[in-house]
Ligand binder design. Sequence first.
Ligand SMILES: *Cc1c(COP(=O)(O)O)cnc(C)c1O
Length: 468
Amino acid sequence: MSDAIAKTAQQAGTSAVQRCIVPACAALFAIRQPIYVCPRCGGPLEIEIPLEPLQAVADLRERWRARAASHDPRDRSGVWRYRELLPFDDDAPVVTLFEGNTPLYDAPRAAKYAGLAALRLKHQGCNPTASFKDTGMTTAVTQAKLLGARTVVCASTGNTAASLAAFAARAELQCAILLPQGQISPAKLAQSMDYGAVVCEIAGNFDDCMRLISELADVPSIYIANSVNPFRIEGQKTVAFELLEQCGWRVPDHLVVPGGNMGNSAALGKGFDEMRRLGLIDRLPKISIVQAEGSAPLAHLFAGLKSSEIAADAAFPDEIAPVANPRTLATAIKIGAPVSWKKALRAVLRTRGSIITVSEPEIADAKAIIGRDGIGCEPASATTVAGIRKLVSAGKIRADESVVAVLTGHVLKDPDYASHYHRGTLSFESLTAEGAAKSVPIVGAFRNAPEKVAASKAAILKSLESRR
Ligand SMILES: *Cc1c(COP(=O)(O)O)cnc(C)c1O
């Protein structure tokens, strides 16, 4: 790095601040103040990176591209490669597993299924712990180190825990994770155990775990790494930069993401916004969020907005009605009271996107069709393709527009789901009109069950012939 460049990066690093996103408050706090929400009004915090010093840098895109060939550990990371836009000094004790650098795939079968000419899938399941959470944990755990924390803690539907446990292990910090008992995929739980975390199985649901987290937030030696934490958003926003680089800086018309706690959608919104304010792109993709029907508080709120409110950025409801008993087999988005919904809604309204729901059978078939493109994702990720199909048939996405869906986790995160789908034994719990729970089987359109074949060449050839 030349001296001039180092100075620019350092300036950006040292003068970033934390700002309350509630317009009536907008209070500012120092970047190393150990807070998670606004101490004045309780509102969500956002990191503000000073972009002016960077506007003078002519070759940012070229510099980022060149780093991909470097062996500096920070350059091997698809997050720290963009460190000019991260709120850390050049000598920060970076905790990295070489996260990011995930593939952008063409998915012709999924495109056809959704009614598009082409569809690209950004596979965040190809991160070190197999979900997009790693891109935010690298920055959050680096901040925990800087603040001198002894223990890092999170509530999780599984992937946040697995990711935090891994980064805490790298950083030699104690890690505690709070999980809703019996509601986590065994594969995700196994990861957290392997990375040495203290696994606390709580008798309650995810939202109960979140409440406990906020009670732990005042213990000085503890650092909270849930997505309410703005330092996670900073790492996750870099996915927008990496995606733009992979698109040759041609902005896709649409970006579609699943919505759970809404950190991911909020982060992508921030990332694209920063690129536009830096002048590296001249428009924003329409950001749309897809929720599972049984866990869709933000989609319900969005459906209730008047069209004038959707058009105007000013529309900003204060409250969201939580879903008391969220239901979906896509456990990563089984969240009734999303923490980052305001930031996510702002991103959708600013870019004129949509927030919609999809059903359990729609998620299951979309997941299987993504598989047919040779790409394995977990159920929550497949809401994107199911949602795109609905948006295309509703005329919100045109068949010839460029669309990128973000796959958030890897198929091996939830192998039981895939296996049950293909064997025809998948079912979900739905509510009757009277409010009673009943089990509904999912008859997948793309089932592919194993078959019993005799131990002979002829039998194998016959089996292949019958399936051609
Ligand atoms: C965490 C997670 C989500 C939801 O992301 P949010 O930021 O909470 O909206 C979706 N899919 C997978 C696989 C996840 O791990």
